[in-house]
Design a protein around this ligand. Structure first.
Ligand SMILES: C[S@@+](CC[C@H](N)C(=O)[O-])C[C@H]1O[C@@H](n2cnc3c(N)ncnc32)[C@H](O)[C@@H]1O
Length: 352
């Protein structure tokens, strides 16, 4: 089991923009400014800030500024590109035939797609990535995701470690990247969900390793969350993540098919964070609500032209069949799923 200390730390402070020059000079003088990452200008609900990357040696505070772990570090362009690392080992043709320009860093593991043309060079590419990210322990090749369980097809290229802990929005997510996919996307939706549900009973029907359940439990402190997951491997990590984030008193993990094990008549809020066949589970979702009703967050992948109509129509149809009423509150675009197809989430109020 990886210890929390194995997570690379990307420390930073947030300061008012007008203090930028002064604090940067101070950090440079003290040797605390981390040149490997960029200073970022951020607009938050609390105003405009500069997020300044600092070295781990900075400790917990710099003056009155709290040091925290940066969620989205942007690395300096001064850091050599992967191509530059490989320029003496790969031929010119190989360098232009698809050396990766993007990859995912999850905890202390790098996940990368490498084109088949560079098959014989994959080991060199992996070693170069480990040189670029000295805090990372393994490099894993990605071949995509398949099936109902969203199982990734992956190959270990360097190192042996496949399990890691990723920190996101103040929550810890342990995952084995060769067994399960971890979506670093949907960050906005995860943050939005984490602000909802205070004091409520929530049902998370496709909980995975706790992508929604954990941030909701940590930040909104609902009365209870029933987190349902079918895949035993995801379920094992869900249980670990509940412990890791100390939310055993809030989340009740249920291993099974949500069409069968979703509790009835308990929920103020139901999440359906799954795409493809989500509508098949609408009946179970609607039966989960208390008689007084509640809010449904229904995800669907839908052709762009139907985004405003089909998901809402499916909710209405399922509700009508159970004699329930629906008020559509919002339809939000989460991301482009594939050409011409959107991943959307519809918020709807369900009542009798
Ligand atoms: C893509 S993950 C979603 C995780 C999370 N809700 C999110 O949106 O980030 C979908 C999860 O649903 C699980 N799943 C698929 N069908 C299911 C079912 N019928 N009952 C319960 N879980 C299911 C899969 O194993 C997978 O872990």
């Amino acid at each position: 089991m990886p210890s929390i200390h194995s997570i690379p730390m990307y420390s930073a402070i947030r300061i008012p923009p007008e203090k930028g020059a002064e604090i940067r000079a101070f950090l440079l003088e003290k040797g605390l400014f981390d040149r490997t990452r960029k200073i970022q200008k951020l607009k938050t609900e609390k105003g405009l800030f500069l997020e300044i990357p600092v070295k781990e040696a900075a400790g917990d505070k710099i003056g009155s500024f709290t040091v925290f772990e940066q969620e989205n570090p942007v690395f300096s362009e001064k850091t050599k590109s992967l191509k530059e690392y490989l320029k003496d080992t790969l031929t010119k043709e190989e360098l232009i035939s698809g050396v990766p320009t993007g990859w995912q860093v999850l905890g202390d593991i790098v996940i990368v797609s490498i084109p088949a043309a560079l098959e014989s060079r994959k080991g060199l590419i992996a070693e170069a990535l480990l040189t670029m990210y000295p805090k990372c322990k393994s490099v894993i090749r990605d071949f995509g995701i398949e099936g109902q369980f969203r199982r990734p097809k992956r190959e270990v290229l360097a190192g042996t470690k496949t399990e890691t802990v990723n920190k996101e929005h103040g929550c810890l997510f342990k995952v084995d990247v060769t067994k399960l996919m971890y979506s670093k996307g949907n960050l906005f939706e995860k943050k939005r969900m984490s602000g909802l549900g205070r004091g409520e009973v929530v049902v998370d029907m496709f909980a995975g390793i706790g992508y929604f359940s954990i941030p909701i439990a940590v930040h909104a402190r609902p009365q209870k969350i029933y987190a349902i997951e079918l895949n035993p491997e995801s379920f094992a990590f869900l249980r670990d993540n509940i412990k890791l984030n100390h939310v055993e008193n809030i989340i009740v993990p249920l291993n099974g098919d949500c069409a069968e094990v979703t509790p009835k008549g308990v929920a103020d809020r139901v999440l359906m964070g799954y795409v493809g066949t989500t509508h098949h589970y609408l009946e179970a979702a609607l039966r989960a609500f208390k008689q007084s009703g509640g809010i449904l967050h229904y995800h669907e992948t839908v052709p762009e032209k139907l985004a405003e109509s089909r998901p809402a129509a499916r909710i209405r149809e399922a509700a009508e069949a159970l004699g329930k009423k629906v008020e559509i509150l919002e339809c939000r675009r989460i991301k482009k799923y594939s050409p011409g197809v959107l991943h959307v989430v519809v918020d709807a109020r369900i009542f009798e």
